[in-house]
Write a new protein. Structure first.
Ligand code: SAM
Length: 286
């Protein structure tokens, strides 16, 4: 049963992916697809390396998927910033994202808006403070719940976001926890941004679209997610996602398939690390 007054605590799904990013740096040989060990510092678990979900073999394709998507989305963001001098970066369901702390030079002028549920966000802010990690002036934390309608957009604007200026909006590992209706409503809101805005969202394929081995793994993960009260609510086919982007009102939409992500970030590796085919990225623009 959920306590009446729950206290600030991390979201366990956000902790897991942050730990996988750190695990990649620790155990996979360089060059690393994505370099982020700060998220694990924020998580602050002493014995995280011996968690069953951090088992090097069990976690292999999942940690590859997590670093592949993080790298891909930051590469897309960098391209937009360099090409169009884009000034706003919105991270939906930011979890233990550390873009603002890593602060790459090319993103130094970006205003960053991290959106997440209230209690995990309070917890994250206090961890950043405890660790003395930078919280730059240009970073805003916006507590929201996407499943309760449009209020998240109002809160974003109240936090200083300009809905009249283009933005890059990223959603990594969030769509699966939202219903189809909530995903569509979120997309519709983002699609109201002015021309030159980008929406990059990862999504998971329905298990029936996967090969036998991946399907079994996905079903296992879904069962665990159900048990830990973070059920997967939004799984899609590529056609459905493109249809939703169109219905939301984006001018253009395309998919970065798992094959394409493999080609970009894993095909030249000699250790065989690869992310499988369960997760893809929707790239839509206004
Ligand atoms: C798997 S984590 C991904 C975190 C981060 N994007 C990453 O890739 O490291 C999912 C995140 O979505 C957030 N989230 C889930 N449901 C949400 C909702 N209804 N409203 C706002 N945030 C939500 C969780 O709190 C968590 O931080």
């Amino acid at each position: 049963m959920t306590p009446a007054n729950p206290s600030p605590a991390p979201d366990h799904t956000a902790v897991r992916v942050a730990l996988w990013r750190a695990l990649h740096v620790e155990i996979d040989p360089p060059p690393h697809v994505f370099h982020d060990t700060l998220g694990a510092q924020i998580a602050g678990e002493t014995n995280w390396r011996i968690r069953p979900d951090m088992d090097p073999t069990f976690s292999r394709s999942m940690r590859a998927s997590i670093v592949g998507r993080a790298r891909c989305i930051e590469d897309l963001l960098e391209a937009e910033v360099r090409k169009n001098a884009l000034g706003q970066y919105v991270i939906l369901g930011a979890g233990l994202d550390t873009f603002a702390q890593r602060g790459p030079d090319w993103g130094a002028a970006l205003r960053v808006f991290e959106l997440d549920l209230r209690l995990p966000q309070i917890w994250k802010k206090s961890r950043l403070k405890e660790l003395g990690l930078p919280v730059p002036e240009r970073l805003r934390f916006v507590p929201v719940d996407f499943s309760v309608g449009q209020s998240w957009w109002e809160q974003l604007v109240a936090a200083g976001f300009s809905a009249r200026a283009p933005a890059f909006v990223a959603s990594m590992g969030v769509s699966l926890y939202l219903s189809q209706e909530t995903n569509l409503a979120t997309m519709k809101q983002v699609a109201t941004l002015p021309a030159g805005s980008t929406f990059a969202m990862t999504y998971l394929l329905r298990p029936e679209l996967l090969g036998a081995e991946e399907k079994a793994r996905m079903e296992f993960v879904m069962k665990k997610a159900e048990e830990s009260r973070s059920p997967f609510l939004g799984l899609f086919s590529p056609e459905e996602i493109l249809e939703m982007a169109k219905a939301a009102g984006f001018k253009k939409a395309r998919l970065l398939s798992a094959k394409e992500i493999f080609r970009l970030y894993f095909s030249k590796r000699t250790d065989g690390l690869e992310a499988g085919s369960a997760e893809e990225i929707l790239l839509a623009s206004t």
